[in-house]
Design a protein around this ligand. Structure first.
Ligand code: SF4
Length: 106
């Protein structure tokens, strides 16, 4: 049986693990985003950005916004047309795609 003191100590140690260490740094995505996925629908994700009504955002014209130049996009070394996205974990988005979560790179 684990003592209360030991349990509390273990829990406090977990709090010391930086959240950044829990975020994967490589793309493990295997499948393309399912367009019927609730997140994809809510974020209005499209495979071809020209199919979306994009408005100017953060100083970038809507017409210039694509996944390729989004802060959340991660290039997949084995696939030049698709990559990972922080908003769609374990899935691949199209480099020429777009969603309402688009944010310019820093
Ligand atoms: S967050 Fe960025 S990279 Fe992800 S789907 Fe939306 S536009 Fe593309």
């Amino acid at each position: 049986m684990v003592s209360r003191r030991k349990l509390l100590s273990s829990a406090s140690m977990l709090a010391l693990i930086p959240v950044a260490n829990l975020i994967p740094t490589t793309v493990f995505a295997a499948t393309n985003v399912d367009l019927s996925n609730a997140s994809a629908v809510a974020l209005k994700y499209v495979e071809n950005a020209t199919d979306a009504q994009r408005t100017d955002k953060m100083g970038t014209a809507g017409a210039d916004q694509v996944c390729d130049n989004c802060r959340f996009y991660t290039v997949d070394a084995g696939n030049s047309a698709r990559g990972g996205c922080v908003l769609f974990q374990n899935q691949l988005v199209a480099g020429k795609g777009w969603c309402a979560g688009w944010v310019p790179t820093a």
